[in-house]
Write a protein that binds this ligand. Structure first.
Ligand code: GLA
Length: 732
């Protein structure tokens, strides 16, 4: 890993074993991208890649009379001079001009990586990464812009973000401040996005790019289930096992945009950052604005390799604290078992059975506070309901601990029901426009987390409940989109800051709670997977992946999620049948076989299942305890896509390649079809492995594949709907 500055050519070359990122000061003074891709040799001058020929109807820089931003790859372009593509930023000066001209001023190369104040970001110590900061200046606007690039040792990754500073005497407004731009010399790419809605999150969609704009965004206040802030650009033909691709992962949990702009000259631009729609950030003298970061990863070895890069980077350089690289407790959550209709006694009955099954953590979901007996009331009143918890959270946590279980509970701190004491006392604490009606989502309003006093108050209430009890885990929910985004406490010209300040408020509440209770395991949730993003993982190392707990749908949801997020971050539970979201009845086997590939737990009352099933649950819990470290932290490979087949398969291999766990699922039976083979991946071709009592070489398993009919001995056939198996492969 190194960052080289060549003073004569004014070029930077960031490289490690796998990638090169080359940036040059363009003849006009802006930064140009000279190369991004697989590692290449360094050389003193790469400026030969710049295109300087005049073309009819192309505007050129007035000093050089030959250089045009439009015809060259840019690092962080603006609109209004010689570039006409999607812009990375826009500054409005006091006189209304929106033209800027940021030129190279200075730079700094350092070991390691600095924090981004108030925002989640990847981190690294001095041996693990190097950072380049390039300062650009626009003297007329009185502005400085710093572009940050971090390259990590051993990862084909560059993390980018930007910081603006008003160094002049007049006010300016930032009306767009994206985090990164990457220009490519050609457009032969496919765009892969992860879209959905509640209960069908992160479904991969692929489009061929050409000229014009392709984009996804969120304007819902959260990153959203509709569009995930993660996009892959891949060469046509790239699949899980081969080919080139570049990933862009936004470490942020609010409104975002990801956009590709194919120019009619054949170039392609990709930009990503905070959604500029309704965004406006005034900067007074000496004020700064720092963007969140985008993590750019590349591969020339297929999408499994790209995903593994994100899994490892996020496990080692994003997730923090006690739960970093720690296998997660197997939990039982009471939500689908009781909804809000429970007593301490009924909860203890569920917990006690969970303990008998070997489960480690009990989670009390929604309904324990205020007048919360249905979803019309109580949010905002974070005080135990004495009818349900006669001795409070402290009493229940003591009793659950006495059973030998850890204990945690559910909160939704950003929200308030109009029917609550909090709202009655502070009706102006919600996001709303005076004189207009406020839209409702699940009968609730959104607290104005852009205001410090609101965050402080909620912190105080939660701190009290947590402090008084023994709490190991918290599920932090967020069940509606932001609308009527207006803060009564904010002057007119600062209303464009509110959506981002809301997200900063969420991050600050997380930070304060983590600081006060560093051992608590946070699981984020947003009606399931509405806010499953890299920003959240910095605070909550796991996320409830979807409210859809149906095993068949979950294969697709977890498969899609695995492209950008670590397996250990995927909250996945076994729930009762018929499934409460889809009405589908699946065997207990497949429900666990899917849930193993995540955090694993149960979302049901184990008293309600048969003795025979209970024995099976005990075995499942035992299996997960034995294999969770491998499953949650090993190298994950997608093997067969549920979007292209009636079957799905994936596997996890240990780092030393001595052990692997394979999951195979039949989504829909194929009558009278040959069972066929399943080719494995990631094994050592020369090692001999044992699987189901027989031995095979790694190369046999990866090239010939598993003979699926072998599993007929275990009662598995591919001619039964919802049949599945999980098998262990171990070095002999
Ligand atoms: C959301 C969550 C569920 C559950 C309920 C409680 O829908 O996604 O898991 O916690 O809220 O109200």
């Amino acid at each position: 890993m190194n960052i080289v500055w060549n003073k004569t050519s004014e070029q930077f070359h960031l490289y490690n074993d796998r990638l090169s990122y080359i940036i040059g000061v363009a003849p006009s003074g802006e930064l140009a991208n000279l190369y991004f891709g697989k590692r290449i040799h360094d050389r003193a001058d790469f400026s030969y890649v710049l295109f300087r020929m005049g073309m009819p109807n192309v505007v050129v820089d007035a000093d050089t009379e030959s250089y045009s931003m439009e015809l060259n790859c840019q690092e962080y372009p603006s609109f209004g001079t010689t570039d006409f593509g999607a812009q990375a930023f826009e500054v409005e000066m006091a006189n209304g001009s929106r033209i800027s001209n940021f030129v190279y001023k200075s730079h700094r190369i350092s070991q390691g990586k600095k924090e981004i104040k108030g925002l989640p970001a990847t981190y690294a110590d001095k041996t693990e990464a190097m950072t380049l900061e390039v300062t650009l200046a626009d003297t007329l606007a009185g502005m400085e812009l710093v572009l940050y690039y971090t390259i990590f040792e051993g990862y084909p990754v560059v993390a980018r973000h930007a910081k603006f500073k008003n160094v002049g005497n007049s006010k300016v407004k930032l009306t767009r401040a994206l985090s990164a731009c990457l220009d490519f010399p050609d457009q032969n790419y496919e765009w892969m996005q992860f879209s959905g809605a509640w209960a069908r999150e992160r479904i991969p969609e692929i489009k061929k790019l050409s000229t014009g704009v392709t984009y996804i965004d969120s304007r819902r206040g959260a990153s959203s289930a509709n569009q995930n802030p993660f996009v892959i650009l891949k060469r046509p033909g790239t699949d899980d096992f081969m080919g080139e691709a570049i990933g862009f992962s936004f470490v942020y949990s609010g409104n975002f945009i990801a956009l590709a702009d194919g120019s009619t000259h054949g170039r392609l631009r990709f930009v990503m950052g905070i959604n500029p729609d309704r965004f406006c950030w005034p900067l007074e003298k000496d004020e700064c604005f720092e963007t969140p970061e985008v993590v750019i990863a590349m591969t020339d070895r297929g999408l499994n390799d790209l995903s593994q890069t994100y899994h490892k980077l996020y496990n080692n350089h994003l997730v923090r604290g006690k739960w970093k690289n720690t296998p997660r407790p197997i939990l039982n959550n009471n939500w689908e078992a009781t909804y809000m209709d429970f007593t301490e006694e009924s909860i203890l009955k569920i917990a006690s059975k969970a303990k008998d099954a070997g489960i480690e953590l009990f989670v009390l979901d929604d309904g324990w506070f205020g007048e919360r007996n249905d979803d019309f009331a109580g949010l905002g009143d974070w005080v135990e309901n004495p009818k349900k918890l006669p001795q409070g959270m402290a009493g229940l946590s003591r009793k659950i601990n006495a059973l030998g279980l850890k204990f945690g509970f559910w909160i939704e701190p950003e929200m308030v029901n109009p029917n609550s004491n909090l709202y009655r006392r502070h009706p102006d604490w919600v996001l709303s426009v005076p004189g207009r009606k406020s839209s409702l989502g699940r009968h609730q309003l959104v607290l104005d987390f852009s205001r410090e006093e609101v965050v402080d108050y909620i912190y105080g209430m939660l701190h009290k409940v947590i402090k008084g009890s023994k709490i190991d885990y918290i599920k932090w929910d967020m069940n509606r989109a932001l609308t009527e985004v207006f803060s009564v406490d904010t002057p007119a010209e600062r209303q464009g800051m509110v959506a981002h300040k809301y997200v900063l408020g969420v991050y600050s509440l997380y930070s304060r709670l983590i600081k006060a209770f560093p051992d608590i395991l946070f699981e984020s949730c947003s009606s399931g997977g509405n806010r499953f993003d890299a920003g959240m993982l910095y605070y909550a190392p796991q996320a409830w992946c979807s409210d859809n707990s149906d095993a068949i749908d979950r294969i697709r949801i977890q498969y899609g999620t695995s492209f950008g997020y670590p397996i250990v971050s995927i909250g996945s539970h076994v729930s009762a049948v018929p499934n409460q979201q889809t009405g589908r009845t699946t065997p207990l086997d497949i429900r666990a076989n899917v849930a193993y590939f995540g955090t694993f737990g149960y979302e049901l009352d184990l008293n309600e299942i048969s003795d025979e099933e209970f024995e099976l649950v005990k075995k499942q819990v035992e299996f997960m305890k034995e294999n969770r470290a491998l499953i949650q932290f090993g190298d994950f490979y997608r093997l067969r896509s549920p979007f292209e087949n009636d079957q799905a398969a994936w596997m996890v291999v240990s780092e030393d390649k001595k052990k692997a766990v394979v999951g195979f699922y039949c989504l829909r039976s194929n009558v009278n079809a040959l069972p066929g083979f399943l080719k494995l991946a990631g094994l050592d071709p020369d090692k001999e492995y044992r699987m189901e009592g027989k031995t095979y070489y790694g190369d046999e398993l990866m090239n010939m594949g598993i003979t699926l009919s072998e599993f007929y001995d275990r009662g598995f056939t591919i001619s039964k709907d919802y049949d599945s198996f999980v098998t262990i492969i171990e070095e002999v």
